[in-house]
Write a protein that binds this ligand. Structure first.
Ligand SMILES: *[C@@H]1O[C@H](CO)[C@@H](O)[C@H](O)[C@H]1NC(C)=O
Ligand SMILES: *[C@@H]1O[C@H](CO)[C@@H](O)[C@H](O)[C@H]1NC(C)=O
Ligand SMILES: *[C@@H]1O[C@H](CO)[C@@H](O)[C@H](O)[C@H]1NC(C)=O
Ligand SMILES: *[C@@H]1O[C@H](CO)[C@@H](O)[C@H](O)[C@H]1NC(C)=O
Ligand SMILES: *[C@@H]1O[C@H](CO)[C@@H](O)[C@H](O)[C@H]1NC(C)=O
Ligand SMILES: *[C@@H]1O[C@H](CO)[C@@H](O)[C@H](O)[C@H]1NC(C)=O
Length: 455
């Protein structure tokens, strides 16, 4: 499917910037000043290369110093050889091509093993499990509805231990749910799949970025006054600088094994400012996206929160009440800043026209190509999983889920926020209100529903 792509860079890219030539030019530039004849030999070499590669019709134009070893490690040797002969290493693609390219989506399999409640005796909300080879791991990505999901995962810690007759209050099921890159989590890359469950939630990449910019850039840190193009560019630059080699912001969080990626020197591996409207090494990127889709047990989608959670309960085979959530109303539009112990107003400024245009551009797509591809593959995978579980059975469950959620909202959605409508900080004790605990609240809701039925 990747064979017949256009190679736009070949049409207008000067030879001096092409792949290996570019690299050798950079790496010998200091030498060449002191040893002029060096240039001659290099020119000779370049000549030879042009000749060899032109006749072999191998496209190396877009190989932006993606070292052979880093690509090689992506695949088994066999696969790699096949890849290089069939697809040509380091091909450039225009966003129009990528948005149409078929992706390998997936039906998330039903988790056939017992619920992976690995009992541990640990602090509440532990950041420090020695290894995540076992247990629940939720990769929390900023501005993807992850606090809502983390609340749910947190409640699993106690729910499932009851099945194992645990009375000690410090024992709980191992569940990790923090804003942390998967590759930094020890043991995750070689987890035991029959004793662990790895999942995350993602969001439409542009929406996620805007929300991040408004929330962190403008409202919380107050680094920016307004949603101008310049301010957004500055913010996005700081966020993406170290992440483009992972394929995007969300991909950075989800990547398990960073050794399969281009090295730090290859920060322009997938997006190069010299060709801002193209995606570099798109075949490597596509395969990285597909490997993530395969690696995770489930990937939820924020804009399809209810559907995602119902599917999650179905593939984990747990009762639906364990995936209910509270619509945590922000009081007014204030949110709590733990570090500064203060409330801040969450601004939702209007993006400037220039910014809206930019967010539709090829450059913006190219910079975040991995995230866009991942998002599309995750959508398809969710749809296919629902089909596989049975549409009508799923719809039924979804309806019930929404009813339960609405009921829980009526009973439990009280003043649980640390901030009042006026932006004053409430005491920590608001959290001790049983109606603010998801688990307690789900129980209350169940009892009320039963009582209503009986009367
Ligand atoms: C290319 O990458 C390798 C390691 O990945 C590095 O040692 C070398 O200096 C880089 N060359 C250039 C021209 O950036
Ligand atoms: C793949 O390439 C490597 C070196 O590039 C070579 O040693 C190996 O034999 C090749 N494998 C196959 C199956 O062609
Ligand atoms: C839990 O305790 C109950 C009653 O004491 C017992 O019947 C059941 O077998 C126990 N379950 C496990 C998993 O030990
Ligand atoms: C937006 O903010 C920048 C600096 O943060 C400022 O220079 C610029 O004048 C502001 N633009 C508008 C329209 O307020
Ligand atoms: C991979 O991640 C580890 C742990 O954070 C880090 O020490 C290492 O430098 C990273 N390697 C690359 C190639 O990014
Ligand atoms: C929430 O708090 C306000 C005052 O801060 C109070 O008037 C209101 O009754 C509370 N609502 C609930 C449901 O407890």
């Amino acid at each position: 499917m990747l064979k017949k792509r256009i190679q736009p860079n070949r049409l207008h890219q000067p030879t001096s910037k092409a792949g290996i030539f570019y690299n050798s030019k950079r790496s010998i530039s200091s030498l060449s000043r002191s040893v002029p004849f060096f240039w001659l030999s290099i020119l000779g070499l370049i000549f030879l290369f042009v000749h060899i590669f032109a006749s072999a019709k191998i496209d190396i134009a877009a190989d932006d110093n993606l070292s052979t070893s880093s690509i090689n490690s992506l695949h088994s040797e066999n696969e790699f050889n096949k890849t290089i002969s069939v697809e040509k290493l380091g091909s450039n693609m225009h966003p129009n091509e990528l948005t149409n390219i078929p992706l390998k989506s997936r039906v998330y399999p039903i988790y056939k093993h017992p619920f992976p409640c690995i009992l541990v005796n640990d602090d509440k909300h532990s950041h420090s499990y020695s290894s995540l080879e076992t247990g629940i791991t939720f990769i929390k990505i900023h501005k993807c509805g992850s606090t809502t999901v983390a609340d749910i995962v947190s409640s699993w810690r106690n729910v499932f231990r009851n099945k194992q007759n645990i009375t000690s209050p410090t024992m709980h099921c191992k569940a990790y749910f923090h804003h942390m890159m998967a590759y930094k989590l020890h043991g995750l890359a070689h987890r035991q799949k029959e004793k662990s469950f790895l999942f995350t939630f993602i969001r439409e990449p542009t929406e996620r970025f805007k929300s991040d910019f408004y929330y962190h850039g403008i409202s919380k840190a107050k680094r920016y006054d307004n949603a101008s193009f310049g301010n957004f560019q500055h913010f996005a630059q700081s966020q993406l600088e170290k992440r483009t080699r992972y394929g995007g912001y969300m991909m950075h969080f989800m990547t398990m094994d960073n050794s399969t990626l281009p090295s730090f020197q290859d920060k322009f591996a997938f997006w190069n400012p010299e060709q801002p409207n193209y995606v570099q090494n798109s075949n490597v990127l596509l395969r990285h996206v597909e490997s993530l889709i395969q690696e995770y047990d489930f990937i939820g989608i924020m804009s399809r929160m209810d559907e995602s959670l119902v599917v999650l309960s179905m593939i984990l085979d747990i009762p639906m009440k364990h995936v209910l959530y509270l619509n945590r109303r922000q009081s007014g539009s204030f949110d709590y800043d733990f570090l500064r112990n203060q409330c801040f107003f969450v601004e939702k400024p209007k993006a400037s026209h220039e910014l809206e245009q930019y967010l539709k551009s090829d450059e913006w797509y190219s910079k975040n190509a991995g995230d866009f591809l991942l998002y599309r593959a995750a959508h398809e995978s969710l749809d296919r999983t629902i089909d596989s579980l049975g549409r009508s059975r799923f719809e039924e469950k979804l309806k019930l889920f929404k009813e339960l959620k609405a009921q829980m909202g009526l009973i439990c959605d009280v003043n649980c926020s640390r901030c009042t409508d006026k932006g004053e900080v409430r005491d920590k004790s608001v959290k001790q209100n049983p109606k603010c605990s998801l688990q307690a609240c789900a129980e209350v809701t169940k009892r009320v529903a039963k009582r209503k039925k009986n009367t």
